[in-house]
Structure formats: C-alpha cells, structure tokens
Design a protein around this ligand. Structure first.
Ligand code: GDP
Length: 356
C-alpha cells in the first residue's frame, strides 16, 4: 500500500498530528522518545467529486482513495551514531513511498525544544544530516556484500557502481533526491534520502495567516512542497462535525484542513492520481500512477480486468455533471470508447469492457 513515513525531532508535534490523522489515540507526551512504536493510520483523500457522482448514480456508499501514514520515533542529533533510540526506528520508514518531515514552528515555553530554541532551518539540517548518515551506513554495509557477489558473478555490476556513485554523492552532504542518479538498481536498499519529501510546518494559529512568514518557510524547502498547519488546531478539528469544523477553519483564514492538504499533496508528490467508477452500489476512487494506461488502471480493480481488457468507456467528470447521466452523456457524444493505449486522465469516470 501507499505509505508516507513521518519524521522529525522530538517534541515537534508528530504525535499530535498523527493523533489527528488517525483519530486514534497514540501517546502524545511532552518529553523526548514518547513515540517509540510505529503505528499506521489511513486517511481518505478528500475528493468533492465523489459525493456528486454518488448523487447522480444513487450510490449506496462512497469509497475514497486512501493514503497511509506511519508514525515513527523522533530523530535526534547523533541518532546515526547510536544516541537516543539510535537508528533502529529508521527501518520503519525504509519501506515508505515518501517522507513527511514535521518541523516545529510553534512557540510554547512549556514545550521543551531538544536543541534549546525554535529554529526550523537548523532542525531540518539536523534531520537531513541524520538521514544522509543513515543512508551512508546502509550503503557501506551493502557495499561489501555487493563486491563479493559481483566477484562471484552473482550480481549485475551496475548494482555496485550505482551504490558507489550514491555514496560519493552523499559524501558531498546532499540528499540523493537531488543527485539525478538512476537508483533503480539499488532500490531494495530503501535509501531514505532518495524518497520524495514533504515538509510539514507545525506553526501557531496566528502564523497561518502570515503570508510573509509562510513564504519564508516555503523558500527554505523549495522545490519540495511545504504544508502549513497547527497540529493542535487539527486535533480540535477532528472532534467537530463538518459544519463546525468548516467554521473553525474559516475563523483561522483556512479553507482546507492541514490533514486534507497532507493527503492531497502527499498523493501528488507520489505522482498519483485517481479515476472514478460509479453505480448504484458504490462510487469509488481508484489510485493509479500519473501516466497509467487504461489496462493498467483496470488492473487496479482486478488483475483479470487487465489481462482481459478490451476497451474502456470514459466520460470526464465535468461532462457527466453537465449532461446529468450516462445515457445523456452517450446521446451527446460525450462518452468515449478508449483502447489499450489510452493514457488515463484525472477524474475519468470509467466502465471497463473485458473478457474473462
Ligand atoms: P512529538 O515528540 O514530535 O511526537 O511531539 P508531540 O506531538 O508529543 O508534542 C509535544 C508537545 O508539544 C505536546 O505537549 C503537545 O501538546 C505540544 N504541541 C504539539 N503541537 C503543538 C502546537 O501546534 N502548538 C503548541 N502550542 N503545542 C503543540
């Protein structure tokens, strides 16, 4: 499944945010190392199109796409040298598809900052250095094994040369994501700095409306995406019904909750999009990589759909809403029959034709 790992220094609000993410109650405590065990939370990708389709088709239920989040322990300076909890928790995010780094921007004298002061740029530097060191360690360990296997002709030499190139790049102090290297040969290593990164700034409610400050923080991480939220506010929002939540959000100048942003931007960062199916039983969003062709999209529903793919009848969401029904859309020539080379567009409403 599609997962995003959460990292950050202790006391930056990871647990508070994660609580809000899952509506579960994981331990949030005001001291370092409170979050040791990884937990997994699933969040729905907000998609206002689903309710509209469900109305048109009279669907009994709606199934949105989902993004999973993995809560992990905080990283401290020196973690890669075995300080604090050491590096073992990093194994939890090796499998993640992307990493969300929570950065503390809120000020609160009652909440201890591990390095003594609130300093977003310094904190990011600490985390990124630890991730680079962790990758170097992974590569060093793997290298001896790769050398032996290449000598024994059991491994493609490209694996070893890729590992060497990656190590040389990390030695310059930069994350692999900016290296431009093709890391596919060493994908099994799950190198942390090769993953897409999202920065989540946990800031005070007042700062959420301070555009200058937000631009300043966004510039620190560009071209990576930045999300701004107040973890405390997020945890209040989830306890409210939709109407009260919208009102509270509006009172802080927001139109979308931080969690919705996180799911949406996470989805986008991972290069994913959705297509939609609808009928009397359910309206559903299906997750596919951007650029996926029709048979691959069909395969997400069932492997048989991919194998036996004949064609797909596609109506864009906008056309379906404008015409009001599948029959009307067909009558107006808005329903297209697409073959196996069709590249799916976001929001395509689809019915597959296939052989079984
Ligand atoms: P973690 O160690 O990164 O998981 O941090 P926690 O989520 O446990 O938060 C540490 C402390 O900071 C807790 O006492 C939280 O209540 C507090 N905290 C978290 N987010 C915020 C925030 O946005 N504003 C303020 N003022 N306090 C927060």
């Amino acid at each position: 499944a599609l997962t995003i790992g959460i990292v950050g220094l202790p006391n930056v609000g990871k647990s508070t945010l994660f609580n809000a993410l899952t509506k579960n109650s994981v331990l949030a405590a005001n001291y370092p190392f409170a979050t040791i065990e990884p937990n997994i939370g699933v969040v729905n990708l907000p998609d206002s199109r689903l309710a509209v389709l469900a109305e048109i088709f009279g669907s009994e239920r709606i199934l949105p796409a989902a993004v999973s989040f993995v809560d992990i322990a905080g990283i401290v300076r020196g973690a890669s040298e075995g300080e604090g909890l050491g590096n073992k928790f990093l194994a939890n995010i090796r499998e993640a598809d992307a990493i969300a780094q929570v950065v503390r921007g809120f000020s609160d004298d009652d909440v201890v900052h591990v390095d003594g002061a609130v300093n977003p740029a310094g904190d990011m530097e600490t985390i990124n250095t630890e991730l680079i060191l962790a990758d170097l360690e992974t590569l060093e360990k793997a290298q001896a094994r790769f050398e032996k296997e290449v000598k024994g002709k059991k491994l493609d030499p490209i694996v070893l040369t890729t590992a060497e190139a990656a190590k040389a790049y990390l030695d310059t102090g930069k994350p692999l994501s900016s290296s431009g290297l093709d890391l596919e040969p060493i994908r099994e290593l799950g190198l942390l700095t090769s993953k897409p990164f999202i920065y989540v700034f946990n800031i005070d409610e007042g700062v959420l409306q301070d555009d200058l400050k937000l631009a300043e923080l966004a510039a620190l991480v560009a071209p990576a995406k930045a999300i701004f939220l107040d973890a405390k506010l997020e945890s209040e929002l989830i306890d409210l019904d939709a109407e009260d939540a919208a009102e509270l959000l509006a009172s802080t100048g927001q139109t979308e909750s931080g969690l919705d942003q996180l799911a949406r931007i996470g989805f986008d960062t991972l290069g994913l999009q959705t297509y939609l199916t609808a009928g009397p039983k359910e309206t559903r969003a299906w997750t596919i990589p951007k650029g996926a062709k029709a048979p691959q999209a069909a395969g997400v529903i069932h492997t048989d759909f991919e194998r036996g793919f004949i064609k797909a009848e596609i109506i864009s969401f906008e056309d379906l809403v404008a015409t009001g029904s599948v029959a009307e859309a067909r009558a107006k020539g808005k329903a297209r029959m697409e073959g196996k080379d069709y590249v799916m567009a976001d929001g395509d409403v689809v019915e597959f034709r296939f052989n079984v």
